[in-house]
Write a protein that binds this ligand. Structure first.
Ligand code: IVH
Length: 747
């Protein structure tokens, strides 16, 4: 039966159809998620959801309490559905000084090989939270928070209640994701807090928290009652471009009915950008909403596309932040926290003080040199003034970051204040805490015997980007860690909880405080669900120093599965030991030379260490270093952490509890150069070396500096010398720059 166009539906018909759609979509969800037996195709399902959203957009008043747009999949009862961003939502690199801004312009022009001036837009950086709005055929079908940048929360029903967000737009591309900032005006924030106070409800710390708390309401009715606003400033997926320039795109969005920031202007270079920064800063107090800086973006969208992205930030934009906010208060004590990787971090306990609208009672003191008044190279900071308990200190915070202690007022130092003695043993486990040469951080050497490290590792293990087990958050992990009957000391213990609980007739989990029959069995089910995990999450969850989400993903792509990575680590271990030995010998040689008052000779330590290392160990080490983003520091950390020993044993115990560690999807598999190792040589005429490399990597190729038997392709420009000859000798495919451009255009 042909569907009646949404525009032709009467209100009664719309109401009836929304009810029917809610039922059909719920049934499809049940079949798919709970019964694992889909009844309709994905396309049909998407069609139903789209139709539902279009009718809701036409008749917002008919929005049902059980609207399918408010939920995704089976996860209806708890929390929000998840939405995978088709184009990741990135963050911005920061600039703090004028020089940072001119450097940014230099970098952009160098990357592009562009000698003349470049135009940029400048606009306020709104202090709210970013939101992605998806329009299909001009109808708002989905709204998602940023989340971790790759997956956000489905807040469609909530976004529909925001007046600045159009439900339908005319003249838009078929698919259009518009991104911008949800924020709350200062006056609205103050009035909201007055109402909250009168009702005995939660008071928000600042407009940003209030905006976040208001948008992320499971009951969209509450969001509707909160005065949220929205500025559009960028986009995600588009079926066709909006314009040729950033400013043109923003103007087009304004014409479609989006709110755009009136202070957005075009600048012809860094001087004009800095002038606009000063202008916006001068208006900051009277804008009526919080901003924390100015964002500059390359205006030409074709150049933006060429510049592309680093792991988490675009190369074509930067946020020039306003100076941090400051306050003075008394430092009551210095505490030491021991982190996941054993780092001893000094924390200032402060007499509570308001800094830029937020009450601060803790701040970081960085490390022992910082407290002593010197930097890592031994040069004085704060004119060499040290920091002591009892001192008056200046605290500052910039944006969301952790407050820091910046300065100390010696004129108010108590007579009995004593210099702070940084502990040389771990305050948690008593193991020696040592500083590696060149490291500013002192670390506990206790490893997994240190309760603080074990607990922090567990906390990290269950965190959102890691195993993310429903019902097993920080609080529960701390509880189990200290539990004498059902202890969880290492990740593998999480997966034996159910069996141990079943085997213990007394003291069942379900009979404990905070647990019941349902919550205990739900927890066990959620744990079971995570016996299948992606390789990259698994790797990130191990909490190895320097192995963050990006590195975990790159390593997962390169090695594919855990046995392959474990074998590579074992194979590379002798090479890592040789590296460490060489580092130590070189440091000793340098120290000896310094004592003798002569210059250190070029060290032969590394060459010697390598000569004694078996070829297969060197090959495994080189292979590890060839992974994008993996340098010697990360490689050493990975190999030393996971070489056979207690930590490896803990990982293997975990692996034994898992059903599947799923290999990652191949990246950019469709690209004709994905997986190839490419060498660029000679002069490139249409792009800079940096651009060529970034582009090749974005297409899934590996870019190497020298030609070897493992090279797949050499791109040679004029003046190419020995590398081109090597390629010919080794029979490696050799093309010129135009050949390369034609090759990648084919993908
Ligand atoms: S452009 C590729 N423009 O700042 C990223 N971001 O630190 C493009 N923000 O996550 C972002 N005002 O939430 C852009 N005028 C503005 C902004 C802005 C605020 C936020 C945004 C982003 C964060 C990055």
């Amino acid at each position: 039966m042909a569907e009646k166009p949404v525009d032709a539906l009467t209100e009664a018909e719309a109401r009836a159809e929304l009810a029917a759609l809610a039922q059909r979509i719920a049934a499809a969800n049940r079949a798919y998620h709970t019964e694992d037996a889909p009844e309709i195709s994905d396309a049909e399902y998407d069609g139903l959801k789209r139709r539902n959203a279009a009718i809701e957009a036409r008749y917002p008043a008919l929005l049902r309490a059980d609207s399918p747009s408010a939920r995704v999949g089976g996860a209806v009862a708890e929390g929000f559905g998840k939405i995978r961003h088709r184009v990741p939502m990135l963050s911005l690199e920061n600039a703090f000084t004028d020089a940072d801004v001119t450097d940014f312009d230099d970098r952009v022009r160098n990357f592009l090989g562009h000698a003349g001036a470049l135009a940029y837009t400048a606009e306020p950086k709104i202090d709210g939270l970013s939101l992605s709005l998806r329009y299909e055929s001009g109808v708002l079908v989905q709204a998602a928070t940023r989340g971790d940048g790759e997956t956000g929360e489905d807040v469609t029903a909530n976004a529909r209640t925001v007046a600045d967000i159009p439900q339908r737009v005319a003249g838009a591309p078929e698919v259009m994701e518009i991104r911008g900032e949800i924020y709350m005006a200062q006056a609205d924030f103050a009035a909201l807090n007055d109402r909250q106070r009168a009702a005995g409800e939660k008071i928000f710390a600042n407009p940003r928290n209030a905006a976040a708390g208001s948008l992320r309401q499971l009951d969209a009715g509450i969001t509707a009652a909160r005065p949220l606003k929205f500025f559009a400033y960028t986009w995600g997926e588009l079926s066709e471009p909006l314009a040729a320039t950033q400013l043109g795109a923003i103007e087009r969005l304004a014409a479609m009915g989006f709110a755009t920031n009136p202070l957005t202007v075009l600048c012809d270079g860094p001087q004009a950008m800095l002038a606009q920064y000063r202008l916006i800063e001068a208006q900051r107090a009277t804008l009526g909403y919080d901003i924390d800086g100015v964002v500059y973006k390359v205006n030409d969208l074709a150049l933006q596309a060429r510049l592309g992205f680093r792991a988490t930030t675009p190369r074509w934009a930067i946020a020039h932040k306003f100076p941090a906010e400051l306050a003075w208060t008394r430092l009551e004590a210095i505490d030491i926290q021991v982190g996941r990787t054993g780092a001893l971090s000094p924390v200032a306990r402060l007499a509570p003080v308001t800094v830029g609208g937020v009450v601060v009672s803790n701040a970081t003191l960085h490390n022992e040199d910082y407290i002593a008044g010197r930097d890592s190279a031994g040069r004085p900071i704060r004119d060499g003034k040290d920091i002591r308990a009892g001192d008056w200190v200046q605290v500052y915070r910039a944006g969301d970051v952790i407050p820091k202690v910046a300065d100390v007022d010696l004129s108010r130092r108590p007579a009995d204040a004593v210099p702070y003695a940084f502990p040389e043993t771990c305050p948690e486990c008593g193991s020696p805490a040592i500083r590696e040469p060149g490291d500013s951080i002192r670390r506990c050497t206790g490893g997994l015997i240190c309760p603080a490290q074990s607990l922090e590792k567990l906390r990290h293990f269950v965190s959102r980007a890691a195993f993310d087990i429903e019902g097993l958050g920080t609080k529960q992990v701390e509880m189990f860690f200290a539990d004498p009957d059902l202890p969880v000391k290492a990740p593998a213990d999480i997966f034996t909880l159910a069996a141990r609980d079943a085997a213990n007739p007394l003291k069942k989990l379900k009979n404990r405080d905070g647990f019941g029959e349902t919550s205990a069995s739900k927890l066990f089910a959620a744990i079971d669900e995570r016996r299948r995990i992606s390789f990259e999450r698994f790797l990130f969850a191990l909490g190895i120093r320097h192995v963050g989400e990006v590195a975990a993903k790159d390593l997962a792509r390169h090695y594919g599965n855990w046995p392959a990575l474990a074998a590579a680590i074992d194979a590379a271990h002798p090479a890592a030991l040789a590296e460490i030995a060489a580092d130590e010998t070189e440091a000793a040689e340098r120290a000896a030379a310094a004592t003798a008052g002569r210059r250190a000779e070029v060290s032969k330590a590394r060459a010697r260490a390598w000569a004694d290392t078996p070829a297969e160990a060197r090959a495994a080490w080189d292979d590890l270093l060839s992974v994008e983003g993996v340098g010697a520091t990360l490689a050493l950390s990975l190999v030393t952490a996971l070489a056979p020993g207690p930590e490896r044993a803990a990982v293997e115990a975990l692996v034994a509890q898992l059903t599947e560690i799923a290999p990652p999807a191949a990246r950019a598999a469709a690209s004709p150069v994905a997986g190839l190792t490419v060498v660029f040589t000679g002069t490139l005429e249409k792009m800079t070396r940096a651009e060529a490399k970034a582009r090749a990597e974005a297409l899934g190729a590996k870019v190497a500096g020298s030609v070897s038997a493992r090279t797949d392709l050499v791109v040679a420009g004029p003046g190419a010398g020995s590398k081109a000859r090597d390629a010919e000798r080794l029979g490696i495919r050799l093309i010129d720059e135009d050949g390369w451009l034609a090759l990648i255009a084919g993908g």
